[in-house]
Design a protein around this ligand. Sequence first.
Ligand code: NAG
Ligand code: NAG
Ligand code: NAG
Length: 573
Amino acid sequence: MFTSIFREGNHPDDYSRLTYKKLLEEVCKFANVLKSKGIKKGDRVAVYMPMILEGVVTLLACARIGAVHSLVFAGFSSDSFSERIMDCQARVLVTADGVWRGEKHLALKSICDQAMDKCAKNGHNVEHCIVVSHLGRVTSPTGVQQNQSNKIPMREGRDCWWQDLIAEASSSCYPEWMQAEDPLFMLYTSGSTGKPKGVLHTTGGYMIYAATTFKYVFDYKPSDVYWCTADIGWITGHTYIVYGPLANAATSVLFEGIPFYPDNDRFWSVVQKYKVTQFYTAPTAIRALMKFQDDFVLRHNLSSLRVLGSVGEPINPEAWLWYYKLVGKERCSIVDTFWQTETGGHVLTPLPGATPMKPGSAAFPFFGVQPVLLDESGREIEGEGEGYLVFKRPWPGIMRTLFNNHDRYETTYFSKFPGYYCTGDGARRDGDGYLWVTGRVDDMLNVSGHLMSTAEVESVLTEHNAIAEAAVVAKPHPVKGECLYCFVTTIDHAVFDEKLLTELKKLVRERIGPFAQPDVIQNAPALPKTRSGKIMRRILRKIAVNDRNVGDVSTLADSTVVEQLFATRPANA
Ligand SMILES: *[C@@H]1O[C@H](CO)[C@@H](O)[C@H](O)[C@H]1NC(C)=O
Ligand SMILES: *[C@@H]1O[C@H](CO)[C@@H](O)[C@H](O)[C@H]1NC(C)=O
Ligand SMILES: *[C@@H]1O[C@H](CO)[C@@H](O)[C@H](O)[C@H]1NC(C)=O
């Protein structure tokens, strides 16, 4: 069988297969289109794409001609997008008319129009906007299939349909030769303060790191079918949907939909459909799926699975065990990968079949990576202990700079502990040398001088049978300095009552210590999450102190959650 990408649309009836040969042709055609728009080596191209083949083609076409792609997750607001377009000074933008995610329609072109207007007001002109005509070729959730492209306003001279440009483009394009240290792409991460940071990765180091981690961490073999459920808008999509699998000539699945459409078993039905061997997803997705009856998993044949991956945050042991037992039938390896946009690829991870697993531990460093734990004064902690997670030596995939801001690169990552790359995360090393990432250092709680991570408390709360998901934030307290404010989502049919509250408090006291007893536990039927499933703690901290100044909520999957949580703050909060 030819190596290929299996495209699985939002609707299960909508799928296709693209061979590598055809992919190369498409990439060459679009590379020629970009050239015809004046793009050359080193130019930035802004991309705002859903999970469609043209997204992958766009990134590879940029790489082929040495242009630097700057893909912004197609869930960011027009404000955020315009800020990023201006920061990287992109003159060409690539997008689609729109996309269905489950039963929700996202009007991507209209968001791009607003973003381009904002750029123009600030003196930056996007000269070309290339739009994939997508809605007209997919099955909409309402079953009506129609080409609505004529309803999309196209600005004369600036906007063009992808399909029209491709139709005229040549399918051969000689690649631009690049130096190892030439930029390959940039990807913005939000800074905790100030402007977003344009993390820059280079051609040689990043690619070798993407290829090598993919091969070893997923134990990829030529007959395998690999599936990563992330969005290409994040680094996981860049490294483990695009560059890593392609550099290994892997056959993979590209999924446009969501886990809950048309029903809550979509992931498992896709695994069965393509006989997926490696499945890579996020703990937040696992926790969301755990809420439903086991039968959603059990009704599918998942015997093809060999390696299960987890990415995005440390996976709590409850979710790990569910994943291991129900999905993996206790015969698949789980690779709990720790890494960041900045690290390019996995830096801490078990290796399947080789590392004895501990639920919730990212285990050991990948080849060549040297993690160190530092205490507050910058001394290295030997043996068991907890501290700041830093890296002592660079590895091929480490980011090289922040676009146009090398000073900020140095201060953000190298100034707190000179001589080390600072992840901003804390970690614990146990007696066997396993590393347990405990979460962002700024997600630490200091209750009467006792330091603990919010992740630690969340993990304990979710041990309770009635709790599906928990998020904990620090709230200022006049006596203790800080206290714990917990948001908990119960599983379907569980009752949130005094009995449950008492049990949860007791559980935390027992597992962590009396000082960790939560002051407030709020019933949260839903948590404020981004479309990629990240919990927005910034907003939870505001809810904890009843401050309605929550700021930008445009990246939330469902912003009504915020009002709901404000309205239902408990009496003692
Ligand atoms: C939809 O119609 C437009 C013209 O209105 C055309 O350019 C485009 O290719 C069509 N899209 C599809 C997917 O057929
Ligand atoms: C499950 O799928 C595998 C292939 O992935 C196949 O070999 C096996 O026969 C299937 N089992 C059942 C019970 O259908
Ligand atoms: C924790 O808070 C106490 C005051 O409650 C303070 O003295 C101590 O320095 C804080 N510890 C850290 C590591 O911030």
